[in-house]
Design a protein around this ligand. Sequence first.
Ligand SMILES: NC(=O)c1ccc[n+]([C@@H]2O[C@H](COP(=O)([O-])OP(=O)(O)OC[C@H]3O[C@@H](n4cnc5c(N)ncnc54)[C@H](O)[C@@H]3O)[C@@H](O)[C@H]2O)c1
Length: 348
Amino acid sequence: MAETVICDIRAVRSVIEAVGLDRFMDDVIEAMRISFRAFDPEATVTIDRTGFAYDKPDLGLVEWMPTMEVGGRVSIKTVGYHPTNPTQRSMPSVMATTSLHDTTSGRLVALTDATFLTAIRTGAASALATEQLSPDRPIDLAVIGCGAQSVSQIHAISRVREIRSIRAFDPQSEVARTLRRRLPPSVVAEVEVVDGDDARARMLGDTDVLVTATSVDPDAGPVVDDGAHRPHLHVNAVGADFPGKVELPRSLAERAVLVPDNLRQCLAEGEAQTMTADQLGPELFELLQSPRPSLQHELTVFDSTGWALEDLIAAEVLLGHCERLGLGLTIDLQPDPADPYDPYDAVR
Ligand SMILES: NC(=O)c1ccc[n+]([C@@H]2O[C@H](COP(=O)([O-])OP(=O)(O)OC[C@H]3O[C@@H](n4cnc5c(N)ncnc54)[C@H](O)[C@@H]3O)[C@@H](O)[C@H]2O)c1
């Protein structure tokens, strides 16, 4: 059989109608927690992502992110990032699909939208980092960059910490003002929009957890000013995922315990790109395997660049629900010839 399950956005919507956004987020957080605790680099192989970056017709990139469970599946997320999409085309900046291949035959097992899944898994990774790196009590949250990722960041963090207050800054203040409306109802905190010339300087203070999720251009960061902060401030830095693109002042990144999602990728394109491996803390999966509760009282940064393993985990959660609920379209995308030596058999 050469069947492929297509999980288009309608199927994703039906899954969420059936299970709810909160449970889906919880499922991905839990699947990631289990997977990171068991992570073994011999058993899960990730190849560095690569792709095309361009400035014509507009600044953007299309890249692919492969990972393989040895003896299991290969997952390849193909992701586009076009930061002018929301304002010029009314489309998300990040648009993605994930394909899953079985390593017995190479068959394409499934093809799924990964635009929604990218937001969910990026949020889930920050939730695990926040759980490890911020004190376990109600938090004052600050968010810089109020686009698509900020929604799932706040949602995911709310699943592991009670959010007492949210302050939000975005140079497009109209985007910051719609943030509250885009959050799921289970997030109950109000959103205070921070405005004005000194907004960047006011985001660190009175904050337990800071999220930076901006589309700042390469070489245009940082997006926040260094300054006084609570001793246990934890930052989920989500937007730095390209050479030259950083969100944090170097002084802050360098005095923090910086926890990479994936060491090599963070050194190449994350907040860690101006640093060396010996200046960094443990990777997130290492923290899950050997927690260090003392870090909850220090300045910490989760350097989130987006790890291909997270895409595989999220796709498997989605496809598990699709299978259980009978959702998704099963098609014969690839041939199933009577004679496997005859490439024309399937089209005769
Ligand atoms: N770490 C990961 O796994 C991961 C996953 C997805 C996206 N990303 C990155 O996260 C970032 C945000 O993605 P998105 O989908 O939310 O994009 P988006 O376009 O929906 O939102 C980005 C927001 O950032 C704001 N912004 C731009 N420059 C800013 C600045 N200097 N200060 C404050 N805000 C600023 C924009 O006005 C916009 O509202 C992108 O850089 C993207 O590459 C990372």
